[in-house]
Design a protein around this ligand. Sequence first.
Ligand SMILES: C[S@@+](CC[C@H](N)C(=O)[O-])C[C@H]1O[C@@H](n2cnc3c(N)ncnc32)[C@H](O)[C@@H]1O
Length: 268
Amino acid sequence: MSDSSPYSSQQFHSDEAENEISRLENQARVRWPQEVVILRNAGLKSGTSIADIGCGPGFITEFLAKEVDASGLVVGIEKNEKLFNVAKTRNAKYNQVRIVNNDACLLTGMENDVFDLAYARFILQHLPDPNKMLIEAKRILKPGGKLIVMDSDDSLFHITPYHKEMVEFLSEVSKGQIKYGGDRNIGHKIPCMLHDAGYININTSVYTFTSKNISSHEFLDITTKFKIDLLDASLKEWGASIINDIYRKSEDVSFFGSAGVYCVVAEK
Ligand SMILES: C[S@@+](CC[C@H](N)C(=O)[O-])C[C@H]1O[C@@H](n2cnc3c(N)ncnc32)[C@H](O)[C@@H]1O
C-alpha cells in the first residue's frame, strides 16, 4: 500500500491541480450554506479559534475567517505544497488566518490544547491511517473542544436511470483509492473511529444533495468527474468514456442523481 494520497506532490500534476482547485471551489460554494449551520451549532462564532485540517486551496478557510472575524484565529493545515501556496495567497488579506505546510497526521510543532474547534473536511478519505489524524486533532483541541468531521461515502451515491457501467466504474475508483491508502466509503465508519480515538458526545448526521438542488452537470462535476484521476492508468480512457456518456444522459429530464456526506461532531 502506498502512503501517498492522490494529492501528494508526486501524483498531483499541474493540470490535475487546476481542475481539482476549481472542483473544490464549486463544492465549497454549493455546500457551505448547510455546513455553516452545523459549525455554528458546534460553537463557531466571532472570536473562535479553529484548525482547518487539510485545508486544500483554502476556500473553506476563507469562509471560516469571515465567521471568526478579526478577533478569532483560523489555522489552515495543508501537506500538498501547491495547495498550501494557493491557500496562503488566497487568505493573505486576513490577519486572523495562518496557513501552515504540515502533515495532519503529525502536526509537527503545534502545541497541545490550543483550539476551540477543528474541522476535517474531506481529508479522512485520503489518509492511510485516519486514526493518526484524529489523535493529533484531539491533542491540539482545548479540553471540551470539538472536532467536526465531514466526509463522503460512495455507498450513498446513486444515479437513475440505472447505468450498469457506473457500478463497475465506482468499484474501480474504490480500488484506486484503496491503493493510495484511502477509503471512498469512509463516511459511515467515522462515528466508530472517533469513539476509538477517545472522543465523547459523538453526534452524527447524514446530509444528502441531489441533481435537482443544483444542475445535473454541477452535480456530476462535484461528485463524479474527478474520480477518473483515481483509476488505474490502464482504465482512464474507459472511465472517461463512461463519464462522457453519463453527462450526455444527465441532460434528459428523467436523470436523477443523489449523493450524501456524513457530518460527525465530537468532543475532546
Ligand atoms: C478533498 S481535499 C479537501 C480540501 C478542503 N478541506 C476542502 O474541503 O475544500 C483534501 C485535502 O487534504 C489534504 N491532505 C491529504 N493528506 C494530508 C495530510 N496527511 N496532511 C495534510 N493535508 C492532507 C490534501 O492535500 C487536500 O488538500
